[in-house]
Design a protein around this ligand. Structure first.
Ligand SMILES: NC(=O)C1=CN([C@@H]2O[C@H](COP(=O)(O)OP(=O)(O)OC[C@H]3O[C@@H](n4cnc5c(N)ncnc54)[C@H](O)[C@@H]3O)[C@@H](O)[C@H]2O)C=CC1
Ligand SMILES: O=C([O-])CC(=O)C(=O)O
Length: 308
């Protein structure tokens, strides 16, 4: 199993590290445009192999796509991150060009690959890859919901004063400060709905804290987060590589599901060896449906800024 990660920055390196530590891939290629940067990150990570006990071979290359040839899975993290006070949508001007060029170069050398898009604004970047590569829709996946759901669980555990392992929950919708739809009515603690333990007011606070999860960290760090994003990507890569048929919320191209068309947005999907093997349509309340529709309108507005 060969995995390429484009962008050896904060998220790309964290992603390579978690993939290696989980020890399911034979090879990870890190590629960056900055001379020597990916080589350095790869060497540093390889020097953790004996300490962390993994056999995955990590190599770094400067913009040499020949070295990525025949990758089973390619992850795109190249592009700029936001700074405090910015929205993810403001990154479109620079990141759209990068994502378009990178995805085309990847496919030239790995025509059968599955692409996971991470660069922001992620739903729009995922749509861009769909529009410009013509790969089958099951092979283009946007990562956002897996991360947002992990943050949702963190906030739920905090509110419940419970260990995170007791908690389950999912966030669908756009990966944006306003667009996320944390499914509070579906969230559980050991199969009991959290609505039994938390007031509407407290649950609403959990929801709002979840939606601005990325912005909160960006304010604290001066740039956006990388540990949880890297871990979330590694989860999707493992689900595909090991054909796990796990359900994750991912940005998928919709053709009528949830009453939505011609956009990529976060919905529950089954991930296996073929990428998105199924889009799962769950029952939503009227309020959740309205929030998802509003979220889709926001994503479509950003998609409208693409020069397609
Ligand atoms: N979807 C999600 O949930 C998340 C998305 N992100 C996004 O991921 C992206 C990366 O974030 P960070 O790793 O923190 O940024 P970073 O600045 O640390 O790393 C980005 C890397 O991309 C490289 N790069 C730029 N243009 C390139 C090109 N044409 N080819 C190859 N490499 C290129 C840069 O040299 C840099 O090393 C940002 O757009 C950020 O907003 C970050 C966290 C979560
Ligand atoms: O907040 C950002 O800009 C990066 C990101 O998507 C996240 O951490 O959720």
């Amino acid at each position: 199993m060969k995995v390429t990660v484009v962008g050896a920055g904060a998220v790309g390196a964290s992603c390579a590290e978690y993939i290696a530590i989980k020890n399911f891939a034979s090879e990870v290629v890190l590629l960056d445009i900055k001379e020597g940067f990916a080589e350095g990150k790869a060497m540093d990570l390889m020097q953790t192999a004996s300490l962390n006990g993994f056999d995955t071979k990590i190599t770094g290359v400067t913009n040499d796509y020949a070295k990525t040839a025949d990758s089973d899975i390619c992850v795109i993290t190249s592009g700029i991150p936001r700074k405090p006070g910015m929205t993810r949508e403001e990154l479109i001007g620079i990141n759209a060009g990068i994502v378009k060029t990178v995805s085309s170069s990847l496919i030239q050398h790995s025509p059968n690959t599955i692409i996971i898009v991470v660069s922001n604004p992620m739903d729009t970047m995922t749509y861009l890859v769909h529009k410009t590569t013509n790969l089958p829709k099951n092979r283009i996946i946007g990562m956002g919901g897996a991360l947002d759901s992990a943050r949702f669980k963190y906030r739920l555990a905090e509110a419940l004063e419970a260990p995170i392992s007791d908690v389950d929950g999912m966030v669908i919708g756009g990966h944006s400060d306003k667009g996320m739809v944390p499914l509070t009515a579906h969230a559980t603690r050991n199969s009991v709905k959290v609505t039994e333990f938390l007031s509407d007011e407290r649950l609403n606070q959990v929801k709002e804290d979840t939606k601005v999860g990325g912005a909160t960290l960006t304010k604290l760090l001066g740039t956006s987060a990388w540990y949880a994003p890297g871990a979330a990507v590694s989860g999707l890569v493992q689900a595909i590589a090991c054909d796990q048929k796990k359900m994750y919320p991912c940005s998928a191209l919709l053709e009528g599901e949830y009453g939505l068309n011609d956009l990529s947005i976060g919905v529950p999907v089954i991930l296996g060896r073929n990428g998105i093997e199924k889009i799962v349509e769950i029952e939503l309340s009227d309020a959740e449906k309205a929030h998802l529709t509003e979220s889709a309108e926001g994503v479509k507005k950003t998609n409208g800024l693409l020069a397609l």
